[in-house]
Write a protein that binds this ligand. Structure first.
Ligand SMILES: [Zn+2]
Length: 220
Protein backbone atom coordinates (compact mmCIF):
# COMPACT_ATOMS: atom_id res chain seq x y z
CA UNK A 1 0.00 0.00 0.00
CA UNK A 2 1.13 3.55 -0.71
CA UNK A 3 0.78 5.98 2.18
CA UNK A 4 1.36 9.71 2.17
CA UNK A 5 1.55 12.51 4.67
CA UNK A 6 0.90 16.22 4.24
CA UNK A 7 3.71 18.35 5.66
CA UNK A 8 4.62 22.01 5.69
CA UNK A 9 7.72 22.68 3.62
CA UNK A 10 9.80 25.86 3.59
CA UNK A 11 11.56 26.72 0.34
CA UNK A 12 15.31 27.00 0.91
CA UNK A 13 15.57 29.51 -1.95
CA UNK A 14 12.82 32.06 -1.17
CA UNK A 15 11.48 31.05 2.25
CA UNK A 16 7.90 30.49 1.01
CA UNK A 17 5.92 28.01 3.11
CA UNK A 18 3.45 25.56 1.58
CA UNK A 19 1.80 22.20 2.14
CA UNK A 20 3.43 19.28 0.32
CA UNK A 21 2.62 15.58 0.10
CA UNK A 22 5.39 13.29 1.26
CA UNK A 23 5.58 9.57 0.56
CA UNK A 24 5.74 7.55 3.75
CA UNK A 25 5.55 4.02 2.27
CA UNK A 26 4.91 2.16 -0.94
CA UNK A 27 5.56 -1.23 -2.51
CA UNK A 28 6.62 -2.64 -5.85
CA UNK A 29 5.12 -5.91 -7.10
CA UNK A 30 6.11 -7.20 -10.51
CA UNK A 31 8.81 -6.44 -13.01
CA UNK A 32 10.39 -3.06 -13.75
CA UNK A 33 10.30 -1.62 -17.26
CA UNK A 34 13.44 -1.89 -19.39
CA UNK A 35 14.19 1.77 -18.51
CA UNK A 36 14.05 0.77 -14.81
CA UNK A 37 10.66 2.39 -14.09
CA UNK A 38 9.34 0.47 -11.08
CA UNK A 39 6.14 -1.60 -11.17
CA UNK A 40 2.98 -0.58 -9.22
CA UNK A 41 2.35 0.78 -6.67
CA UNK A 42 5.67 2.62 -6.56
CA UNK A 43 5.14 3.41 -10.25
CA UNK A 44 2.23 5.70 -9.41
CA UNK A 45 4.18 7.72 -6.83
CA UNK A 46 6.22 9.59 -9.44
CA UNK A 47 4.57 12.95 -8.64
CA UNK A 48 5.96 12.69 -5.10
CA UNK A 49 9.53 12.57 -6.36
CA UNK A 50 9.56 16.33 -6.91
CA UNK A 51 8.20 19.43 -5.17
CA UNK A 52 7.63 22.81 -6.82
CA UNK A 53 7.72 26.03 -4.80
CA UNK A 54 4.60 28.15 -5.40
CA UNK A 55 6.61 31.22 -4.41
CA UNK A 56 9.62 31.11 -6.76
CA UNK A 57 9.29 27.98 -8.92
CA UNK A 58 12.21 26.10 -7.34
CA UNK A 59 11.86 22.36 -8.12
CA UNK A 60 13.59 19.71 -6.02
CA UNK A 61 13.00 16.41 -4.24
CA UNK A 62 12.64 18.49 -1.04
CA UNK A 63 12.14 22.25 -1.15
CA UNK A 64 14.29 22.81 1.93
CA UNK A 65 17.36 21.58 -0.04
CA UNK A 66 17.54 24.91 -1.87
CA UNK A 67 19.72 27.87 -1.05
CA UNK A 68 19.29 31.62 -1.79
CA UNK A 69 22.31 31.39 -4.16
CA UNK A 70 20.10 29.45 -6.60
CA UNK A 71 17.78 32.43 -7.03
CA UNK A 72 19.46 33.90 -10.12
CA UNK A 73 19.27 30.57 -11.97
CA UNK A 74 15.59 30.15 -11.03
CA UNK A 75 14.79 33.70 -12.12
CA UNK A 76 16.54 33.18 -15.50
CA UNK A 77 14.29 33.23 -18.54
CA UNK A 78 15.55 29.76 -19.54
CA UNK A 79 14.31 28.28 -16.24
CA UNK A 80 11.04 30.21 -16.15
CA UNK A 81 10.19 29.29 -19.75
CA UNK A 82 10.80 25.60 -19.00
CA UNK A 83 8.67 25.83 -15.85
CA UNK A 84 5.66 26.95 -17.94
CA UNK A 85 6.46 25.17 -21.21
CA UNK A 86 3.07 24.21 -22.69
CA UNK A 87 4.69 21.43 -24.76
CA UNK A 88 5.16 19.36 -21.57
CA UNK A 89 2.88 18.26 -18.71
CA UNK A 90 3.41 20.31 -15.52
CA UNK A 91 5.03 17.41 -13.70
CA UNK A 92 7.52 16.91 -16.55
CA UNK A 93 8.35 20.64 -16.46
CA UNK A 94 9.13 20.33 -12.74
CA UNK A 95 11.52 17.44 -13.42
CA UNK A 96 13.09 19.28 -16.38
CA UNK A 97 13.68 22.32 -14.15
CA UNK A 98 15.09 20.06 -11.43
CA UNK A 99 17.43 18.56 -14.04
CA UNK A 100 18.55 22.05 -15.09
CA UNK A 101 19.54 22.90 -11.50
CA UNK A 102 21.46 19.64 -11.03
CA UNK A 103 23.23 20.17 -14.36
CA UNK A 104 24.22 23.71 -13.31
CA UNK A 105 25.63 22.26 -10.08
CA UNK A 106 27.65 19.69 -12.04
CA UNK A 107 25.60 16.75 -10.76
CA UNK A 108 25.09 15.22 -14.18
CA UNK A 109 23.96 11.81 -12.90
CA UNK A 110 21.21 13.48 -10.85
CA UNK A 111 20.22 15.55 -13.90
CA UNK A 112 20.00 12.37 -16.02
CA UNK A 113 17.65 10.74 -13.48
CA UNK A 114 15.36 13.85 -13.49
CA UNK A 115 15.24 13.75 -17.31
CA UNK A 116 14.24 10.08 -17.17
CA UNK A 117 11.49 10.89 -14.62
CA UNK A 118 10.32 13.68 -16.96
CA UNK A 119 9.93 11.10 -19.74
CA UNK A 120 7.80 8.90 -17.45
CA UNK A 121 5.62 11.90 -16.53
CA UNK A 122 5.08 12.53 -20.27
CA UNK A 123 4.26 8.83 -20.83
CA UNK A 124 1.54 9.04 -18.16
CA UNK A 125 -0.10 11.94 -20.03
CA UNK A 126 0.22 10.26 -23.43
CA UNK A 127 2.56 13.09 -24.57
CA UNK A 128 4.58 11.04 -27.06
CA UNK A 129 6.58 13.88 -28.64
CA UNK A 130 7.43 15.40 -25.26
CA UNK A 131 8.43 11.96 -23.92
CA UNK A 132 10.76 11.43 -26.89
CA UNK A 133 12.36 14.84 -26.24
CA UNK A 134 12.97 13.88 -22.58
CA UNK A 135 14.38 10.47 -23.55
CA UNK A 136 16.81 12.06 -26.00
CA UNK A 137 17.87 14.57 -23.34
CA UNK A 138 18.25 11.79 -20.74
CA UNK A 139 20.38 9.69 -23.10
CA UNK A 140 22.62 12.66 -23.93
CA UNK A 141 23.01 13.43 -20.21
CA UNK A 142 23.94 9.77 -19.50
CA UNK A 143 26.71 10.05 -22.11
CA UNK A 144 27.96 13.27 -20.49
CA UNK A 145 27.73 11.64 -17.04
CA UNK A 146 29.87 8.72 -18.26
CA UNK A 147 32.40 11.06 -19.82
CA UNK A 148 32.70 13.00 -16.55
CA UNK A 149 33.42 9.78 -14.65
CA UNK A 150 30.25 9.92 -12.50
CA UNK A 151 28.37 6.61 -12.03
CA UNK A 152 25.04 6.16 -13.87
CA UNK A 153 23.90 2.58 -13.20
CA UNK A 154 25.26 0.92 -10.09
CA UNK A 155 25.14 -2.35 -12.05
CA UNK A 156 27.92 -1.15 -14.37
CA UNK A 157 28.51 -0.16 -17.98
CA UNK A 158 26.45 -3.02 -19.45
CA UNK A 159 23.35 -1.87 -17.56
CA UNK A 160 24.01 1.71 -18.69
CA UNK A 161 24.18 0.51 -22.32
CA UNK A 162 20.85 -1.30 -21.86
CA UNK A 163 19.25 1.86 -20.49
CA UNK A 164 20.58 4.00 -23.36
CA UNK A 165 19.30 1.49 -25.90
CA UNK A 166 15.80 1.57 -24.41
CA UNK A 167 15.74 5.38 -24.29
CA UNK A 168 16.80 5.66 -27.94
CA UNK A 169 14.47 2.93 -29.19
CA UNK A 170 11.47 4.45 -27.45
CA UNK A 171 12.40 7.88 -28.84
CA UNK A 172 12.33 6.40 -32.34
CA UNK A 173 16.12 6.36 -32.83
CA UNK A 174 16.47 2.67 -33.66
CA UNK A 175 19.61 3.08 -35.79
CA UNK A 176 21.48 4.80 -32.95
CA UNK A 177 20.29 2.14 -30.50
CA UNK A 178 21.48 -0.60 -32.83
CA UNK A 179 25.02 0.85 -32.88
CA UNK A 180 25.19 0.64 -29.07
CA UNK A 181 23.93 -2.96 -29.16
CA UNK A 182 26.59 -3.94 -31.73
CA UNK A 183 29.36 -2.35 -29.67
CA UNK A 184 28.12 -3.72 -26.33
CA UNK A 185 27.25 -7.35 -27.13
CA UNK A 186 30.86 -8.56 -27.62
CA UNK A 187 31.82 -7.06 -24.22
CA UNK A 188 28.87 -8.08 -22.05
CA UNK A 189 28.98 -11.46 -20.33
CA UNK A 190 25.94 -11.10 -18.02
CA UNK A 191 23.24 -13.42 -19.35
CA UNK A 192 20.24 -11.20 -18.55
CA UNK A 193 21.83 -8.08 -20.04
CA UNK A 194 22.69 -10.01 -23.23
CA UNK A 195 19.07 -11.17 -23.44
CA UNK A 196 17.85 -7.59 -22.97
CA UNK A 197 20.02 -6.34 -25.83
CA UNK A 198 18.93 -9.14 -28.17
CA UNK A 199 15.29 -8.48 -27.23
CA UNK A 200 15.83 -4.77 -27.99
CA UNK A 201 17.40 -5.64 -31.37
CA UNK A 202 14.27 -7.62 -32.28
CA UNK A 203 12.00 -4.71 -31.22
CA UNK A 204 14.05 -2.26 -33.29
CA UNK A 205 13.83 -4.54 -36.31
CA UNK A 206 10.04 -4.35 -36.20
CA UNK A 207 10.09 -0.61 -35.34
CA UNK A 208 8.41 -1.26 -31.99
CA UNK A 209 8.70 1.83 -29.74
CA UNK A 210 6.54 0.36 -26.97
CA UNK A 211 7.11 -0.11 -23.26
CA UNK A 212 8.38 -3.55 -22.16
CA UNK A 213 9.39 -5.02 -18.82
CA UNK A 214 12.31 -7.19 -17.74
CA UNK A 215 9.90 -10.12 -17.35
CA UNK A 216 8.91 -9.75 -21.04
CA UNK A 217 12.58 -10.46 -21.85
CA UNK A 218 12.90 -13.40 -19.49
CA UNK A 219 9.72 -14.95 -20.94
CA UNK A 220 11.12 -14.90 -24.52
ZN1 LIG B 1 10.73 29.26 -3.36
Amino acid sequence: MTTMQVCTATCGVCGFEQQVQVLTSTNAFGSPDLDLRPPPMERETIALKIQRCDGCGYCAASLHEGSPQMKSMIESSEYQLQLQNPAFPDLANSFLCGAMLHEAAGKLNQAAIRLLYAAWACDDCGSTTAAAHCRNAAEAMIVRTNESGQPVCQQGDGATDCLRVDLLRRAGRGADARKIISAALPKITDDILRKVLKFQAALIKRRDMGCYTVSDVVRE
